[in-house]
Design a protein around this ligand. Structure first.
Ligand code: PGA
Ligand code: ZN
Length: 422
């Protein structure tokens, strides 16, 4: 048997649960010789309207309509026959076959959840077939840079039942010497934050991504608490730690303005940009994600003029990991990468390449509905991401990715942490 090219011998999908108790797809790919690998797909709550379609059964008698039996069936009886016998290393061919089989622009026939589970499982199996860790199979011999984690320690927006309109307040250990130190900084800060919240009589319940979900006065209070919790542990704001925000402002879009979902506070585009500018002048803010709506190019331009020089402006709903939307251009200087927004690994890699060519920074991201699958960590290292978002360093589906990064860091001969600041 030619060990260099193990062919696909089996493809089997099944319905499993994500961390929110909703069904999702896991696919296991078997290669000739018996090597297997699985991949599970995550699911978002604040999804961009331009994302590839996630196929749900809509049968109200099962999981409130969220079942994925049709997507599972699509893998087992439609995708499998087309890719059986194809060399597992031929990722672009396998992904192209699935794209052609689907035939729609947004994967609505097969489901992006079906295609992505196959795409990632094929890649993981191919790496095993080559006896290489997934990150090295993807990135090559000199892959040695660990991403900087953006850890979501205070949850709001669609991810929590509290009063905060901004979806994510993230701690970013910009000055840590290693990924392990960065993770420790996040965990220590989270524990101090819990203590402070408790002392002040706030709830210490957590949101979907493992961060705390207290009711607070405003954005400023949330950021101050985050930085104070870091300082207690000796981490200096602006030197050792910074803050990243995911506003997820697409949810606030009205005709020509923005209205926050919970507080009902109204902003013009310029007032919202000015609000961010004030925050960035008061606090060490590294990045603002989806500060404006997904189709509000004018808003993004205003935002970029106000804070684009001092701050990373991250496009999530804006780009939805879609090469076409990146080609259209926008006033963002960083790309959030969520493979399930587009549906195959090949298209994900294309999105990253296009963004890099435009000088943008790359952030690999989980979804709010995750599984224990840690593939994202290997993707982040293998595809050379500057940052990774995997929620708080609390809750298993979040730590699965961070713990995998710890292992990768230990495994590398000469690991580098955070190319962004070097
Ligand atoms: P989602 O949120 O997974 O619910 O879309 C994550 C994000 O907006 O970055
Ligand atoms: Zn986002």
């Amino acid at each position: 048997m030619d060990e260099k090219c193990l062919r696909i011998a089996g493809v089997k999908a099944e319905e499993i649960l994500d961390c929110r108790g909703n069904p999702t797809v896991r696919t296991t790919v078997t290669l000739e010789g018996g090597i297997t690998a699985s991949a599970s797909v995550p699911s978002g709550a604040s999804t961009g309207s331009h994302e590839a379609a996630e196929l749900r059964d809509g049968d109200e008698n099962r999981y409130g309509g969220l079942g994925v039996l049709q997507a599972v069936e699509n893998v087992n009886s439609k995708i499998a026959p087309v890719i059986l016998g194809v060399c597992s290393c031929d990722q672009t061919r396998i992904d192209s076959l699935m794209i052609a089989l689907d035939g729609t622009k947004n994967r609505s026939k097969l489901g992006a959840n079906a295609t992505l589970s196959v795409s990632l499982a094929v890649c993981a199996a191919a790496a095993r077939g080559k006896r290489e860790p997934l990150y090295r199979y993807l990135g090559g011999t000199f892959t040695d840079v660990l991403p900087i984690p953006m850890m979501n320690l205070i949850n709001g927006g669609a991810h929590a039942g509290n009063n905060l309109d901004v979806q994510e307040f993230m701690l970013v250990p910009i000055g840590a010497p290693t990924f392990a130190d960065a993770l420790r900084c996040g965990a220590e800060t989270a524990h101090s934050l819990k203590k402070i919240l408790k002392e002040q009589g706030h709830s210490t319940a957590v949101g979907d991504e493992g961060g705390f979900a207290p009711n607070l006065e405003n954005d400023e209070e949330a950021i101050s608490l985050l930085l104070r919790a870091a300082e207690i542990n000796g981490y200096r704001p602006g030197k050792d730690v910074a803050v990243s925000l995911d506003v997820a402002a697409s949810a606030w879009v009205r005709k020509n303005s923005y209205v926050q979902t919970k507080s009902k506070q109204k902003f013009t585009k310029s007032a919202l940009a000015e609000h961010y500018r004030k925050l960035t002048s008061e606090f060490p803010i590294l990045s603002i994600e989806d500060g404006m709506g997904e189709d509000d190019r004018e808003g993004w331009r205003i935002l970029s003029e106000k804070v684009g020089k001092s701050c990373l402006l991250v496009g999530d709903d804006l780009f939805v990991t879609n090469p076409d939307r990146i080609r259209e251009g926008a006033a963002a200087n960083a790309l959030l990468v969520k493979p399930n927004q587009i549906g195959t690994l090949t298209e994900t890699v294309e999105a990253i390449r296009l963004a890099r060519q435009r000088g943008m920074k790359i952030i690999l991201s989980h979804r709010s509905g995750e599984t224990e699958d840690a593939t994202l960590a290997d993707l982040a290292v293998g595809l050379g991401a500057d940052f990774i978002k995997s929620g708080a360093p609390i809750r298993g589906e979040r730590t699965a990715k961070y713990n995998r990064l710890l292992s990768i860091e230990r495994e590398l001969f000469r690991p580098e942490y955070g190319s962004f600041f070097s």
